[in-house]
Design a binder for this molecule. Structure first.
Ligand code: G
Ligand code: G
Ligand code: MN
Ligand code: NA
Length: 249
């Protein structure tokens, strides 16, 4: 596989970049956190989407090294951001297997000097599909470090609600597909029940893939506190992040 060979070289040469997408507090317009997203600009093919190269990294065993690079880069970059802004890093389920993820995260925090409370780790339900007991233990140890844990892409899997109660998450990120259909009363009903559950479980909610001001209005009136999406900003390089002063809506 040519792409895999080239990806291996790109990781080796540390050519994978990290972009950041802000997560906005809808009530104030403030940036509460930024999500780190891997970017690969191929010398001849141009930009290759992570939707394409992350699965290649996962099947070729490169995801552990790639994940480590993104993690340390994100922690270091976060040290240059305002101290009330958290950084969120996506973890592949495969990073839970094999090498010691807890040591990796501990060392990224130590090497960067980032306070543990400023790091958030995003996982998907796939973490619960294999080696459930072992992965749950790792997740508990990660949370024990003082970092927060978010359940990503919520609502698109098979039995999402049960995963939400399987672990004391700090945050749930509602998948874009719900935001796309937020004008439908069925979707509103689902969002309201997720909010009720989140309140009971004391976890924060983020709406992902927010693209229009109409969606922002609906989310805000539903009482969903946080939003992320192209309406606010696409993922950008560190240097292009800005920290607008709060504008109450
Ligand atoms: O940034 P974009 O929306 O194109 O990302 C596509 C997919 O790739 C998303 O599911 C996102 O979570 C995933 N992704 C992006 N960067 C990383 C990363 O550093 N690690 C992992 N595991 N997934 C990532
Ligand atoms: O799976 P995960 O939630 O980590 O995926 C994040 C990906 O979603 C990023 O790669 C980012 O480029 C993409 N994304 C973020 N906001 C929007 C949006 O408003 N619209 C669309 N289509 N994609 C988005
Ligand atoms: Mn994510
Ligand atoms: Na997501």
């Amino acid at each position: 596989n040519v792409l895999e060979i080239e990806l291996r070289e790109a990781i080796w040469r540390e050519e994978i970049e990290v972009f950041y997408q802000p997560v906005i507090e809808l009530g104030t317009g403030r940036v509460k956190s930024v999500e780190a997203l891997a970017r690969w600009h191929h010398a001849t093919r141009g930009a290759i989407s992570p939707a394409e190269f992350i699965p290649v990294a996962e099947s070729g065993g490169l995801i552990v090294e790639l994940g480590n690079q993104v993690l340390i880069r994100a922690c270091r970059d976060a040290m240059t951001m305002p101290s009330d802004v958290k950084v969120a890093v996506n973890l592949s389920a495969l990073q839970f297997a094999g090498t010691n993820l807890v040591d990796t995260v501990t060392s990224a925090l130590a090497q960067s000097g980032l306070p543990e409370a400023r790091l958030e780790l995003e996982i998907t339900e796939s973490v619960f599909l294999a080696d459930t007991q072992e992965n749950l233990k790792t997740l508990q140890r990660l949370k024990g470090l003082g970092v927060s844990i978010a359940l990503d892409d919520f609502g698109v899997g098979y039995s999402s609600l049960s995963y939400l109660t399987a672990f004391p998450f700090n945050k749930v990120k509602i998948d874009k597909t719900f935001i796309d259909r937020i004008d439908r009363c069925e979707t509103v009903a689902v969002l309201k029940s997720i909010m009720q559950l989140a309140k009971t479980l004391k976890l924060s909610i983020v709406a992902e893939g927010v693209e229009t001001s109409e969606q922002v209005g609906r989310l805000h009136s539903l009482g969903i506190p946080l939003g992320q999406g192209f309406f606010f900003s696409k993922p950008v390089p560190l240097a292009d992040l800005s920290w607008p002063s709060p504008v109450p809506r």
